[in-house]
Design a protein around this ligand. Structure first.
Ligand code: FES
Length: 61
């Protein structure tokens, strides 16, 4: 599923970026070697990052 239609960034691309340390949407765009255009996806990317951080926090407990 595409998260960012402007740049063709898929959900798995965002997860890969997060796995490699992306902690902000800008990091995800950098990982995909592109820049935000309409920025409609930024909230979704931020949510994915926050969900992953929460999951890691629970896993660490
Ligand atoms: S949908 Fe991601 S920049 Fe437009």
């Amino acid at each position: 599923m595409y998260v960012c239609n402007c740049n063709g960034i898929r959900e798995r691309d965002v997860r890969a970026a997060i796995d490699q340390g992306a902690s902000r949407p800008a990091d995800v765009f950098r990982h995909a070697d592109c820049k935000p255009q309409c920025a409609k996806c930024v909230c979704d990317i931020r949510c994915m990052i926050e969900d992953q951080q929460v999951a890691l926090r629970y896993a660490a407990e």
